[in-house]
Design a protein around this ligand. Structure first.
Ligand SMILES: C[S@@+](CC[C@H](N)C(=O)[O-])C[C@H]1O[C@@H](n2cnc3c(N)ncnc32)[C@H](O)[C@@H]1O
Length: 433
């Protein structure tokens, strides 16, 4: 049954123009959802800071869930496979707002050092930025990385549920790394292709001297502090929000640890999340690690495992879709699209099992998903999540459905070829353990 008046209404997950500015503009293109939606989901789930609930976002992305929850004084754990997004998410911590004097001191320490030093040749970053900028950015990254940072104070609720030591970042370090990523983007002027998730390799790469890099870095640090100030995150003397470098298919939390989940997984739209942060990943890691991160990113357009078999747990809507793909005569239907979908549904099943495991008894999860199409066949993702949730033994229903405009498929001009007037839905799926 769709939305009833018995419940507080869930707001649209679509971001307003304002929500693509300030802290939300720090990172490259990302399919983030709206702050208004997270607020409404917190109200819907009746989460109340006085009872110290612990919230989880298993696909944390840019950290919108945590940002909004920390305004409500609610602690959040986030799982995210992409370390770059954890950097941006952790840099938006209300804890840092209470430490602005330390941010200023650290900024001075970082920017007084020289950016000289050797860099690898050939450098994979060289596809995007000039040799001089590459050298400056690599050396500034080494300085930020080796700087000593104060140990933050954690909300104890947040720590005691984590199985393994997954805390790999310090919020100050995240802040200065995020500033470096933004500086590199600003100076390099990366361009996206027709697909906004892909950064194009650059033919014209401006050379940039050390003084210009440092002065842009200082400017970015100042503007990030102002963005944080304007983001209405409550100043907090404890960390309320911890992004973990963790796979949703293997969540590093104790059983029955979590009071609620608010999240949005990758959809079956082949958004290439890892590639949207390719220059940043190449600042942090080598190309091999980038490839591994991409292969572990659910929904990425890469085939990693060709041995996956159709599983009845995925439900009748999913099985019907897979049959339609299997029978489709079009190019790559069985060689690429089918294995890609099998991977996706296997990974979502594993993730839902993990979400259910870590939720407390009677606790609820709100999951936002969007439908899409394979050629003329609608991929009713909301219905598929509901059927999968029910088959995994939790009560599952769609509690809100909206027609969406500006769907990712609209960037693909060929998407109307198989069926005209396609309608796309955004569904809010509620699971109750
Ligand atoms: C739709 S986005 C989440 C956006 C988020 N709600 C926000 O507002 O920014 C999905 C996220 O899932 C992440 N992801 C993909 N595969 C994952 C996995 N195996 N484990 C954890 N996170 C994963 C992607 O990197 C991406 O950041």
């Amino acid at each position: 049954m769709l939305q009833t008046s018995l419940f507080p209404t869930l707001a649209s997950a679509k971001r307003s123009r304002k929500e693509r500015m300030g802290v939300h503009a720090w990172h490259p293109y990302y399919a983030g959802y709206s702050e208004a939606f997270v607020s409404s989901a917190i109200a819907y789930l009746k989460l109340d800071s006085t009872s110290s609930p612990l919230l989880l976002d298993p696909w944390n992305g840019s950290g919108t869930t945590a940002l909004v929850a920390s305004r409500w004084g609610i602690a959040t754990l986030g799982c995210e496979i992409n370390p770059v997004m954890n950097v941006f998410s952790y840099a938006k911590s209300g804890y840092l707002l209470g430490q602005k004097h330390l941010l200023a001191e650290l900024s001075l320490k970082i920017t007084c050092k020289s950016l000289h030093g050797s860099i690898p040749t050939p450098d994979p970053l060289g596809d995007f930025i000039s040799a001089s900028l590459c050298c400056g950015i690599r050396n500034l990254y080494a300085i930020v990385h080796s700087q000593e940072y104060p140990e933050p104070h954690f909300d104890r609720a947040i720590l005691k549920m984590i199985v393994k030591d997954k805390i790999q970042l310090n919020p100050f370090q995240a802040f200065f790394q995020a500033a470096l990523f933004i500086t590199a983007r600003n100076l390099a002027g990366y361009k996206c292709g027709s697909n906004p998730t892909w950064v194009k390799t650059q033919s014209e790469k401006p050379e940039v001297g050390e003084t210009d890099i440092i002065s842009e870095y200082k400017r970015v640090v100042g503007s990030m502090i102002r963005d944080l100030d304007l983001s209405s995150i409550a100043i907090n003397d404890k960390i309320l929000h911890l992004p973990l470098l963790a796979d949703s298919r293997n969540i590093c939390l104790l059983d029955n640890a979590i009071d609620a989940v608010i999240t949005s997984p990758p959809y079956l739209t082949r958004i290439d999340y890892a590639m949207s942060t390719r220059p940043e990943l190449l600042i942090m890691f080598d190309p091999k690690t980038l490839r591994t991160i991409r292969e572990n990113t659910i929904g990425a357009p890469v085939i990693v495992d060709k041995s996956i078999k159709i599983n009845s747990t995925w439900g009748k809507t999913c099985l019907q879709l897979l049959e339609n793909v299997q029978k489709h005569g079009s190019k790559a239907a069985t060689s690429y699209y089918l294995p890609n979908m099998l991977q996706y549904f296997r990974d979502i099943e594993l993730s839902l099992r993990e979400i259910i495991r870590v939720l407390k008894h009677n606790a609820r999860a709100i999951i936002v998903v969007q439908s899409s199409y394979f050629k003329e066949h609608e991929i009713k993702l909301g219905d598929i999540y509901v059927e999968m949730g029910n088959n995994l033994g939790v009560k599952s229903e769609i509690v809100n459905r909206e027609i969406i405009r500006g769907h990712m498929a609209h960037v693909n001009s060929k998407s109307n070829q198989y069926k005209k007037g396609k309608i796309y839905f955004e569904d809010m799926v509620l699971l109750t353990k």
